[in-house]
Design a binder for this molecule. Sequence first.
Ligand code: TXA
Ligand code: MG
Length: 313
Amino acid sequence: MSNSEIEKAAQALLVGNLVAFPTETVYGLGADATNALAVAKIYKAKGRPQDHPVIVHVSNLNVFQEWVVDIPGYCKKLAQDFWPGPMTVVLKRSSLAADFITGGQETVGVRIPGNETALNILRRFEEMGGKGVAAPSANRFGKVSPTTAQAVLDELEDFLDKEDLVVDGGDCEVGLESTIIDCTGDVPRILRYGAITPSMIYESTNLQPLETESSIRVSGSLKSHYAPNVELVLNQQTRSGDGLIALEEVATPDGVIRVAAPASTVEFGQQLYAALRKADQLSIRRLVAITPDGDELSLAIADRLTRASNSSK
Ligand code: TXA
Ligand code: MG
């Protein structure tokens, strides 16, 4: 990414335009997190309900601390161990985090993404006086998160203004949204599974994280979400003409269209959303996904697949 592209993106954010940008998880649709009008544009472009909170992205721990109050020791440890990286922490908000960021809740979600392009844009934006970039995943509400710049365009091109930007930073390394950890209690509570796993959290903090759903609204925790247009079913026998997503070790039966054959759960995460998009593009009638198990990244993959299948017809 050239300096002038970084400059252009930071400038666009500063004047209240939208900038879709890569992170290591998925592409985000960013706006100045202190600008109500700019953030309202995100909701409009996504078609997202107004009371859903958005994550604030910052480049470093000092700026992070401006957004929150009462950071428990275990949260500092998590920040130290996993940032920049695929983790969002939810804490009590400071006065910087307005209702249009938190959806009126007293908490705010913040993360330092582990992607050089994202960090460069955030740093430059902060140098210019910016405080943070609000960014949900750059898809229409309830749909599949984009992991390439082309997928962002496919989702949002018709809903962006000509001043808005889409920054191309290649394919996302993780491919699944960040782990969201509620850090307002005595122990960490996982609100959304991701690449930072329960045992990584335990090893970092010496605290066993809770994994039940909290009362806090997380749209990624709605029962149906991340939905492709194709009918998606899990762990069923394929029929001729079906699409198939499964680990490489699962063979492709005759007449079945293989849309992904990842060699590991890491690759499964990287390829999942692109595979769902591909199935839609190929107009496959029914898609069968065989959920991996055995390691903790499988939790995040199975979680996304379950929600995606709940919304498909
Ligand atoms: O990996 C990610 O987290 C990506 C990239 C772009 O950073 N972002 C992302 O944003 O997935 P989004 O809006 O699609 O999902 C963020 C989730 C939402 O479900 C939202 O409800 C939840 O985070 N969230 C944000 N602030 C929260 C808060 N204060 N309390 C609870 N949940 C919160
Ligand atoms: Mg999302």
